[in-house]
Design a protein around this ligand. Structure first.
Ligand code: IPE
Ligand code: IPE
Ligand code: MG
Length: 245
């Protein structure tokens, strides 16, 4: 029995997290360790995206969120940003048909109006093609920031109040969640951050109120199916109380 078979036997299919969110971190360090330019790490990271999407959907995860580019990542050198945008286009061109065939719906969390034209067009095409798919929602967080999302949500809510669509008294946590990019989706049950960093880096700030966290020193380009299974099995052994006893 391989390690993966062993993990597959251990996972409880009746208690899967509905929504798994991953901060894909450590690409740069993975490349640096090999004396390669950082973008090689991002390219290798894309291979892991392909594998983990396939693995999660086959396992029966309903929502998978991958943090690909934050509102703060624009601070990086232009060559790195250009490389990341190229990889995004490459990913969609390579994977769109397979995503569609596997009944996966692509959704973006973040403000894509700020992306360069080519990646923006590819993303819009992919969203449109997969919009009626039902097996799994793949959220890619792109130009995403948790604070940005909340502030945009407040602005939209304010507009709806102004035109009389919403009353001030109706505002509660449930209603507000409809003003976020994750509208209509369950909150993440499990948030995974590889690469050894123990922080949230502006990811899904509103939605992670009761998420379980799984941290690991593995760098994202080394993150394999095994690691996803390990995180899910750990999650299944947690006692989630949501403030109760
Ligand atoms: C994550 O890897 C990918 C993005 C943020 C786009 P990093 O590029 O942050 O890799 P490290 O953290 O520098 O190793
Ligand atoms: C978080 O990683 C963003 C993504 C994975 C897209 P960063 O590498 O940008 O986060 P920090 O700077 O280490 O907090
Ligand atoms: Mg990083």
């Amino acid at each position: 029995m391989t390690r993966l078979d062993d993990l597959k036997a251990k996972v409880n299919l009746d208690n899967l997290p509905k929504h798994v969110a991953i901060i894909m971190d450590g690409n740069g360090r993975w490349a640096q360790k090999r004396s390669l330019p950082r973008n090689f790490g991002h390219q290798e990271g894309m291979e892991r995206v392909i594998e983990i999407v396939e693995c999660a959907s086959q396992l029966g995860i309903k929502y998978l969120t991958l943090y690909a580019f934050s509102t703060e990542n624009w601070k990086r050198p232009k060559t790195e940003i250009d490389g990341l945008m190229k990889i995004l286009v490459l990913y969609i061109r390579r994977e769109l048909d397979r995503l569609h065939k596997n009944n996966i719906k692509l959704n973006i969390l973040g403000d894509i109006s700020k992306l360069p034209e080519l990646p923006r067009k590819e993303v819009i095409k992919a969203i449109d093609k997969t919009k009626n798919n039902t097996k799994m929602v793949l959220n890619i967080a792109l130009n995403y920031g948790g604070r940005d999302e909340i502030i945009n949500g407040i602005k939209d809510l304010y507009k709806d109040i102004e035109v009389g669509k919403i009353n001030y008294d109706e505002i509660d946590a449930n209603l507000f969640s409809n003003y976020l990019y994750t509208k209509g989706q369950p909150d993440p049950d499990l948030v995974i951050r590889p690469s050894g960093e123990l922080r949230i880096s502006n990811f899904l700030l509103y939605q992670i109120a009761y998420s379980e966290f799984w941290f690991s020193d593995i760098l994202w380009p080394d993150f394999k199916e095994n690691n996803l299974y390990e995180a899910i099995i750990d999650y299944q052994n947690r006692n989630r109380r949501f403030g109760g006893i």
